[in-house]
Design a protein. Structure first.
Length: 214
């Protein structure tokens, strides 16, 4: 099989990213970009992000997860702590998350350290989820090998009967991580592949701002 994609071309000319127009705090720039992407109504899930971890097998692995909250401290997502990504984070909390928003020709690449959030915060988010999502989290022994989809469907039916009319507690092996950034790079597509790349690097309590060659 062969498919030459060398002729794929796209002109990037929707915006620019200049040092004189950005905040000294990258989280403020992230919020500005996030709002602009939301308002543009050109991305189905603005909060979809790629999470990359270093696996226990020595290979990096990336997958798309959903950002559920961001604060001045960092970025929060939820998962099964016993999943492949959860085990990888337990071994090596250094991760990378990235956002790609093609409608505005933008990327954000974030390096940081992932740590579990407080249990009460995970409890609160779990209780805010639809019942189906709560039960789905309990049903799935995430990343483990299963014989068929029927196993999941049957277990879900059993739990629906067991918990009918009852409050569902968050399982202890499911919850949130906060990724505290140490580096944030903002990429804005520009003509002739001379893209704007601005990197914020945390030094102590301050952010160092640098422009990178495209």
């Amino acid at each position: 099989m062969q498919n030459d994609l060398g002729n794929y071309r796209k002109a990037y000319e929707k915006s620019a990213l200049m040092e004189g127009s950005i905040s000294e705090n990258p989280m403020e720039l992230f919020q500005k970009w996030f709002y602009e992407v939301e308002a543009s109504d050109g991305v189905d899930e603005t909060n979809a992000m790629t999470l990359s971890t270093m696996g226990l097998d020595g290979f990096p692995k990336s997958r798309v997860v959903l950002l559920k909250k961001y604060t001045h401290e960092g970025f929060i997502f939820y998962t099964n702590y016993k999943s492949e990504k959860g085990r990888a984070i337990a071994e090596n909390p250094n991760v990378c998350i990235s956002f790609f928003w093609p409608n505005l020709e933008r990327q954000v690449i974030i390096k940081g350290r992932a740590n579990k959030i407080a249990e009460n915060l995970s409890d609160g988010y779990f209780q805010s989820r639809p019942v189906g999502s709560q039960l789905g989290a309990i049903v799935s022994d995430q990343s483990s090998v299963i014989p068929s989809r029927d196993v999941l469907e049957e277990e879900l039916k059993r739990l629906e009967k067991e918990f009918e009319g009852k409050e569902i507690e968050r399982p202890e092996w499911w919850g949130g991580y906060l990724v505290a950034p140490v580096s944030m790079e903002f990429w804005q597509g520009r003509p002739n592949r001379l893209h704007d790349r601005i990197r914020f690097t945390l030094e102590g309590i301050d952010w160092k701002i640098e422009r990178l060659a495209p």
